[in-house]
Write a protein that binds this ligand. Structure first.
Ligand code: UGA
Length: 454
């Protein structure tokens, strides 16, 4: 059993800490936000993540998981210390590692034994070396000799399925210098890798880059599909059918091919920008990343134009928005496409009726100051007297809608499906004017697909 300290209790830190405790380790989660620490001690999780609250409560009750705001309480005696700090974007898109380096200094100021320091945050190539230098310099100032080793162990969990991703990872990536550190890390992660070996050991630089490369590849697939979806609309093809055909090819695979209103969240947009900035530092251009970002921004804009084109003028119109978080099963609103649409619609003078199954409290904090925004109890209340509904996030409950009831509540039966969740033919049968992504509004006869436009 290892004594583990995790610095930072965001999605990555808290989920990692709780999962390591679940596997029998003694884990202390450390955060400088004392309010957060107090609420965690009381068993309250500061964000919505399925299964996490039960996991935390169970491990706190079993005495394996602890929370503190005090470095001096957490660090002494630690065998493995994970750094799971935020790495936000600087203004130029590059990654800001200042939280990590500050935590590294505080860690060094409280160290009293040899240990392994593991970087779990998403950081530019070379950051493990920066952390190493920071700790060394602080130990030198203290005049103490403590041996430590740096490991890079990027995280691949997704919000909304973070606990199961962490408990059943596709791969566990370890960037490592020495055999000794490899032994310790393998021991720690073997319980997560029992069915078949998921542990990949490599050099530190490659591990650091692999994390960015993975997120950038996911974002590239999405932007490719989103761009193709708009082309489908022009030539009379259906992106859903095209996706099925592509995904059936095992070399391509069927994941991350769903077109929509653009990707959001705290990772994909930020990491694509950071990888681009890393390239710029080495005078290496990565034009594909520019396109990925440009297409993503354009996707949201094009969807807004579709709405504006149908409802013009937007001024005085009432619009319901179903789903606010950047994807289902999370209350995270960072870079959520819904927020982009809300801003554009409010600027154009529309009134909004908003509903999200989980993200309402966070949405109220952000949008409370707008008179034209009404926060609704459910999707039916949101639809009342609306000129249109926008489906912005595909929460499961939006798949079981009584559309006859919804239609009767609305002023005009218009539906903009930003996630391709409904069948066009069924919605049209119910009398809805239905718009989605990547399917032509009207069936275009094949022969006319390439006909010159007038
Ligand atoms: C992403 C990665 O998937 C994780 O592997 C990674 O660990 C994490 O970032 C991170 O770096 O911490 P996450 O940001 O939680 O995870 O979100 P995803 O589930 O990847 O979704 C990203 C966006 O893509 C969402 O806006 C989602 O709606 C969109 N998406 C996803 C699509 O539009 N279509 C799809 O087919 C899949």
């Amino acid at each position: 059993m290892k004594k583990i300290t995790i610095i930072g209790t965001g999605y990555v830190g808290l989920v990692t800490g709780a999962c390591l405790a679940e596997k029998g380790n003694r884990v202390t989660c450390l955060d400088i936000d004392t309010e957060k620490v107090d609420s965690l001690k009381a068993g309250k999780i500061p964000f919505y993540e399925p299964g996490l609250e039960e996991l935390v409560q169970r491990n706190v009750a079993a005495g394996r998981l602890h929370f503190t705001g005090d470095y001096n309480e957490a660090i002494p005696g630690t065998d493995v210390c994970f750094l799971a700090l935020p790495t936000p974007c600087n203004e130029d898109g590059s990654c800001n590692t200042s939280y990590i380096l500050k935590a590294a200094t505080q860690l060094a100021e409280n160290l009293d034994n040899d240990l392994i320091v593991v970087n779990k945050s998403t950081v530019p190539v070379g950051t493990a070396e920066d952390v190493e230098r920071t700790i060394q310099s602080s130990l030198k100032t203290r005049g103490v000799e403590i041996r430590f080793e740096m490991v890079s162990n990027p995280e691949f969990l997704r919000e909304g399925s973070a606990v199961s991703d962490c408990m059943n990872p596709d791969r566990i990536l370890l960037g490592i210098h020495s055999q000794k550190a490899e032994l310790v890390m393998r021991e720690l992660y073997t319980p997560f890798s029992v069915d078949h070996d998921r542990i990949l050991v490599m050099d530190v630089f490659s591990a650091e880059l692999a994390k960015y490369a993975s997120n950038a590849m996911l974002a590239t697939r999405l932007s490719f599909m989103n761009n193709l979806a708009l082309f489908c609309e022009k030539v009379g093809a259906d992106i859903q059918q095209v996706r099925k055909a592509m995904g059936a090819d095992q070399r391509i695979g069927d994941k991350y091919l769903k077109a929509g209103i653009g990707f959001g969240g705290s990772c994909l947009p930020k990491d694509v920008k950071a990888l681009k900035a890393m390239g710029a530092l080495k005078s290496h251009s990565m034009p594909i990343l520019d396109s990925v970002l440009e297409i993503n921004q354009g996707q949201q804009e094009t969807f807004f134009q579709k709405i504006e084109g149908r409802l013009e003028p937007l001024e005085g119109k009432t619009i319901a928005i179903w789903g606010l978080s950047f994807k289902p099963d999370t209350d995270d609103l960072r870079e959520a496409p819904a927020l982009f649409l809300i801003e554009k619609l409010l600027n154009a003078g529309a009134s909004l009726r908003l509903f999200d199954p989980i993200a309402m409290p966070k949405a109220k904090l952000l949008l409370n100051q707008y008179d034209q925004v009404l926060f609704c109890e459910d999707e039916y209340e949101a639809a009342k007297e609306a000129d249109a509904i926008i489906l912005a996030t595909e929460w499961n409950q939006f798949q079981f809608i009584d559309f006859e009831k919804i239609g009767a509540l609305m002023q005009n039966k218009t539906l903009f499906d930003g996630r391709n969740q409904y069948q066009k033919s069924e919605m049209q049968k119910l009398g809805f004017d239905y718009f989605c992504i990547g399917t032509p509004k009207e069936a275009t006869p094949l022969s006319s697909a390439y006909a010159p436009t007038q």
